[in-house]
Design a protein around this ligand. Structure first.
Ligand code: BTN
Length: 329
C-alpha cells in the first residue's frame, strides 16, 4: 500500500514524534527533490497518518491521532466494501453492538469501533482487556459462502493485520493458527470470529479485531503479550492502522468470495510461525491433540499429523507451540 519513499518518510517522522522538520530536511533525508515531499506527505495523510504542517515544517502530531474521524479516511479507500464506521467512546464489547446492528439489517462493511471496551471478549469465553490506546473494532460481513469458510475468513483477517502492521511499522509479524498475530513471539492482536447461521446459510459474520497499539497491558500477561508501542518505542497512529487493515482485508475478502482461497492461504503461510512446529491443540470439551502442524488446507483448517501418522484437518482449536521440528517436504 505504501511506496518505498512514503514508507521511508513515515518511518523517519515516526521516530521523532512531535518534532518539526523542514521540507528541505526531509528532501535530503529521502534523497528526493523538495518539490516532491509535499506529495508524499499528502499520500500519508490520506491513510490517516496525522502529519501536521506549519511554517516550522512538518511533524508527526501524536495528539492528532483521532479514531473519531476514521470514517473520513475510509471513504477514500479504493475498496470494494463501502466501510461505515460507528464510533463509540466507550462500550461493553463491539461484538455486542455489531450483533444488534447486524440483526437490524446493517450492511456489510459496517465497522463498530470503540475507544474503550468494558467487557471486551476473547476466544474460549475469556475477557479481553481493552483500555484506551488500543484498536478495538468489529467488522460486519455478509459473505455468500457456506459456513465452512469461517476459518478462512479468520485467517484472512490475521493476514490483513500482519500486512497492515508490516506496512506501517516495518515489523514482520508472525501468525499463530488460527487467529493470533505475534511480534517478537508475543501476542499483539487477537481475532474473534462470530456468526449467525442457519443450516448451510451464513446470515452474517462478525470479525472482532483487538490490536495492542499504544495501550497498557495487564501485568499478568506481559510475558505473553506486547504492544506495538512497546516494541517500537514510539506512538503508532491507530487511525492509519485501521485504514490499512481494512484495505488489506477488502482485497483478501474478495479472494474468498471468488473462491480463490489459495491466495489467502499462501499469504498466511508466509507469515506462519505454526507450520513445522510440534504443537498441542486444545479442542472444545477439554480434548487435547498433539502432533506436527504440517500445513493449512484450502478452508484454512490446520493439517495436523499425529504420531500415528494419521492427519486431521481442524477448523477450531487453540494451538500451543511445543517446539520446532524439521519439516519434511
Ligand atoms: C482472542 O481471544 O485472541 C480474540 C480477542 C478479540 C478481541 C476483539 S476487541 C474487538 C472485538 N470486541 C470484543 O469484545 N472482542 C473483539
Amino acid at each position: 500500500m505504501l511506496s518505498e519513499v512514503e514508507r521511508r518518510l513515515w518511518r523517519y517522522l515516526a521516530q521523532y514524534p512531535d518534532k518539526y522538520f523542514t521540507v528541505r530536511d526531509l528532501a535530503s533525508v529521502l534523497g528526493v527533490a523538495p518539490s516532491t515531499v509535499t506529495k508524499y506527505v499528502s499520500r500519508l495523510r490520506e491513510l490517516g497518518i496525522p502529519l501536521e504542517s506549519t511554517r516550522a515544517g512538518y511533524r508527526y502530531s501524536v495528539a492528532q491521532d483521532d479514531l473519531a474521524v476514521a470514517q473520513q479516511y475510509l471513504r477514500n479507500l479504493p475498496t470494494r466494501l463501502r466501510y461505515l464506521v460507528h464510533y463509540l467512546p466507550e462500550t461493553t464489547s463491539t461484538q455486542d453492538i455489531a450483533h444488534t446492528l447486524a440483526r437490524e439489517g446493517a450492511p456489510e462493511g459496517t465497522v463498530v469501533l470503540a475507544e474503550v471496551q468494558t467487557r471486551g471478549r476473547g476466544r474460549r469465553g475469556r475477557c479481553w482487556y481493552s483500555p484506551r490506546g488500543g484498536l478495538w473494532f468489529t467488522l460486519i460481513l455478509r459473505p455468500s459462502v457456506p459456513p465452512q469458510y469461517l476459518t478462512l475468513l479468520t485467517i484472512a483477517t490475521a493476514v490483513a493485520v500482519a500486512e497492515a502492521v508490516h506496512d506501517l511499522t516495518g515489523l514482520v509479524p508472525e501468525l499463530k493458527w488460527p487467529n493470533d498475530v505475534l511480534v517478537e513471539e508475543r501476542k499483539v492482536c487477537g481475532i474473534l470470529t462470530e456468526a449467525a447461521l442457519e443450516l448451510d446459510t451464513l446470515h452474517y459474520v462478525l470479525l472482532g479485531v483487538g490490536i495492542n497499539v499504544n495501550n497498557e497491558l495487564l501485568p499478568d500477561l506481559r510475558s505473553q503479550a506486547t504492544s506495538l508501542h512497546e516494541v517500537l518505542g514510539h506512538h503508532v497512529p491507530r487511525t492509519a492502522l485501521l485504514t490499512l487493515v481494512l484495505y488489506h482485508l477488502d482485497r483478501l475478502y474478495t479472494q474468498v468470495l471468488e473462491r480463490r482461497s489459495e491466495v489467502v492461504t499462501e499469504s498466511w503461510r508466509r507469515y506462519s510461525s505454526t507450520l513445522g512446529s510440534e504443537v498441542l491443540v486444545y479442542l472444545p470439551e477439554e480434548k487435547v491433540l498433539r502432533g506436527v502442524a504440517e500445513d493449512i488446507d484450502e478452508l484454512g483448517r490446520l493439517v495436523l499429523r499425529l504420531s500415528t501418522g494419521e492427519t486431521m484437518h481442524l477448523s477450531v482449536g487453540e494451538v500451543v507451540h511445543v517446539r520446532s521440528v524439521t519439516r519434511k517436504t
